[in-house]
Design a protein around this ligand. Structure first.
Ligand SMILES: Nc1ncnc2c1ncn2[C@@H]1O[C@H](COP(=O)(O)OP(=O)(O)OP(=O)(O)O)[C@@H](O)[C@H]1O
Ligand SMILES: [Mg+2]
Length: 236
């Protein structure tokens, strides 16, 4: 067995604390542990890249951090709230209050316009200014002329701009991004990555970014490397 990886000491309050997190799933051939005993913290306003080969557990970790899935043992604390102490509704409320998401496949609602896609989480949060705020964010991501378009009428890069506007508009404290440039050609991916890092800095969000792209990972404050569900390094 390797000795445990020492994570850096925390200089600023950690908005994400991960304690001995393990995920085991049932399979036809018996239980399969897909994340092994992970412990680390992410400081407020920091950015963390999660890297590792396909199947190493990156998306599973992101889902556990965001409370979309539950751990088999160990815990995740988001802004000092332990996810293990919350039921599904509680986790959804905390997620709604704290977290934004960007995915590889954009995950826009196909029958809604760009504006309506960005408005949706704002309306769910009870905002009365959702149309104005959504229009502001679409302008910020360079899509002022496309707000009435549906996802089908937009390019991949434009759809990811809408997804970024949707993620940032409610003012999340943490942004979870799973391969946000993974479906885009390299030039478009670079533009979207620049936009993501710019928005993250402007908004003061804490970023957790799953990526295969080492250049993108190098732009984050720290990098967590997974192999077969175990942490192989955590560098800053
Ligand atoms: N519910 C499940 N049941 C069984 N196996 C699962 C389940 N969820 C994930 N796995 C397995 O756990 C491993 C990690 O999956 P995960 O999707 O987290 O990998 P990943 O690092 O995100 O990969 P990729 O880079 O391809 O997106 C994989 O081997 C996957 O098949
Ligand atoms: Mg994945």
């Amino acid at each position: 067995m390797n000795s445990p990886i020492q994570t850096p000491s925390i200089q600023t309050p950690a908005i994400i604390q991960v304690q001995q997190l393990t995920k085991t799933v049932p399979t036809s051939t018996g239980p399969l542990t897909i994340l092994h005993d992970l412990s680390f913290s992410v400081a407020t306003n920091a950015s963390l890249a999660v890297v590792g080969s396909s199947g190493s557990g990156k998306s599973t970790l992101l889902a556990l951090l965001a409370g979309l899935d539950v751990a088999s043992s160990g815990d995740v604390l988001l802004a000092d709230t332990a996810l293990s102490g919350l039921n599904e509704d509680g986790r959804a409320r905390l997620r709604g209050a704290l977290a934004g998401f960007v995915f590889q496949s954009f995950q826009l609602l196909p029958d809604l316009s760009a504006l309506e896609n960005v408005m949706l989480p704002l309306e769910l949060a009870g905002r009365t200014d959702s149309a104005e705020l959504a229009a502001h964010w679409l302008e910020r991501v360079g899509l002022a002329a496309r707000i009435k378009h549906t996802p089908r009428q937009l390019s991949g890069g434009e759809q990811q701009r809408v997804a970024l506007a949707r993620a940032f508009a409610p003012g999340p404290k943490i942004l979870f991004a799973d391969e946000p440039t993974g479906s885009l050609d390299s030039a478009t991916g670079e533009i979207i990555a620049d936009l993501l890092f710019d928005l993250n800095r402007e908004a003061g969000t804490t970023l957790v970014l799953v990526t295969h792209d080492e250049t993108l990972a190098a732009r984050c404050h720290s990098r967590l490397r997974l192999a077969a569900g175990a942490m192989v390094s955590y560098d800053v």
